[in-house]
Design a protein around this ligand. Structure first.
Ligand SMILES: CC1=C(CCC(=O)O)c2cc3nc(cc4[nH]c(cc5[nH]c(cc1n2)c(C)c5CCC(=O)O)c(CCC(=O)O)c4C)C(CCC(=O)O)=C3C
Ligand SMILES: [Fe+2]
Length: 332
């Protein structure tokens, strides 16, 4: 193992009570052109859940699972946690790491794919924190890990369980609809070292999961990739189709059962519990479609072991990012 003396889980952060929602959204949107209406809408999503995002508790659970996995596998590294948009803030965590004498840490971000939002923005957050904290440790972010077997296997198991939860007679003809966060076309075009990585990586995971599900069940099912959580100006092109629009088309085509597999999210973020479990579920109910939402990787032991392997393997030699990748961001 590279000579790390700690691991840092780096995430988005989310509000934990109603008073947190507006300041959280202000943190998220500082310096971006997100329309006021969209912010009010997104605020409502959080209020519907008592002003509490699921993301922080998901991260607490992931840290507990990683600690147990590390202990079982003889990896003796403390795990720290810092966020971009809510406490514990990354800079405060890096300050604590410095105070504890940490010299070199592997950084695990809670996003598996390349893009400004999922990769480069986290790198910039790291650079900003390093610039603010005297004697900060070296921080090495592990690569986008969408193609790690443990991430793929956790998603295969989740799709199999969701299929199994459909009425037996609906299972053979069920469509596999993979879902991720929409981003501006321009952000996708500039993602990864050669461009288009965000879309290509998701398509790779969708195809690979569908192939393994077909092998396990002996049934070839059609699969596709759709998007949720679009924001920004309606005049800016973002990745499509939207999950709700696509469910309507599928119902029109005579499809009666769908598994929604949120491969774009590593755990049950607000986008999953609101955009899929609330909004898309309502669309499906209105259409009379049977929909089951597959679990996210979450604390699946295969995913947790994958993160440990990525840390033990070391970040630097395997990083696929280059100085110029993932530069396009939204709202500029
Ligand atoms: C690709 C991607 C991921 C996946 C990678 C990753 O996981 O990092 C992600 C994650 C997340 N995004 C989140 C929340 C928000 N994202 C917003 C805005 C935006 N996201 C974008 C993209 C992504 N976002 C983009 C292109 C924008 C618009 C402009 C901009 O900011 O560049 C806004 C503002 C309002 C709105 O526009 O919807 C909010 C509140 C939360 C927390 C959820 C919770 O509480 O559980 C999480 C995990
Ligand atoms: Fe987002």
């Amino acid at each position: 193992m590279p000579n790390y003396d700690a691991v840092l889980l780096l995430s988005f952060g989310g509000p934990e009570q109603p008073e947190d929602v507006v300041p959280f959204l202000e943190n998220v949107t500082r310096g971006r052109g997100i329309p006021r209406e969209r912010l009010e809408q997104v605020g409502e999503h959080y209020f519907l859940f008592g002003g509490r995002s699921p993301i922080n508790d998901q991260n607490r659970a992931l840290i507990a699972a990683l600690e147990a996995d590390f202990a079982e596998n003889g990896v003796d590294l403390p795990i720290y946690w810092g966020n971009r948009n809510w406490a514990p803030y990354l800079t405060d965590t890096v300050r604590q790491m410095a105070a504890d004498g940490v010299r070199r840490a592997a950084v695990v971000a809670t996003s598996a794919y390349s893009s400004w939002s999922g990769c480069r923005q986290y790198r910039e957050n790291i650079a900003d924190a390093l610039a603010e904290v005297p004697d900060a440790p070296e921080l090495e972010k592990i690569r986008p890990y969408f193609d790690h077997p443990g991430f793929v296997e956790a998603n295969v198991a989740a799709v199999l369980a969701a299929l199994d939860d459909l009425p037996a007679d609906q299972q053979p003809a069920a469509r596999l609809v993979f879902v991720t966060h929409s981003i501006p076309d321009s952000m996708n075009d500039e993602s990864g070292p050669d461009g288009g990585a965000y879309l290509a990586q998701h398509q790779w995971v969708a195809t690979e999961v569908a192939r393994r599900v077909a092998a396990e069940t002996g049934v070839e099912r059609e699969h596709e990739l759709v998007f949720c959580s679009r924001s920004g100006s309606p005049r800016t092109p973002w990745l499509e189709p939207d999950v709700n629009d696509r469910l309507r088309e599928l119902a029109d085509e005579g499809v009666s059962a769908v598994v929604l597999a949120p491969i774009g999210f590593v755990s049950d973020h607000m986008e999953v519990v609101y955009d899929l479990d609330t909004e898309a579920a309502a669309t499906a109910a209105e259409l009379g479609l049977e929909v089951r939402r597959a679990a996210t990787a979450g604390t699946d032991p295969r995913f947790v072991a994958a993160l440990r392997e990525l840390v033990v393997d070391g970040a630097v030699p395997r990083d696929t990012c280059t100085a110029g990748c993932c530069l396009a961001r939204a709202g500029r």
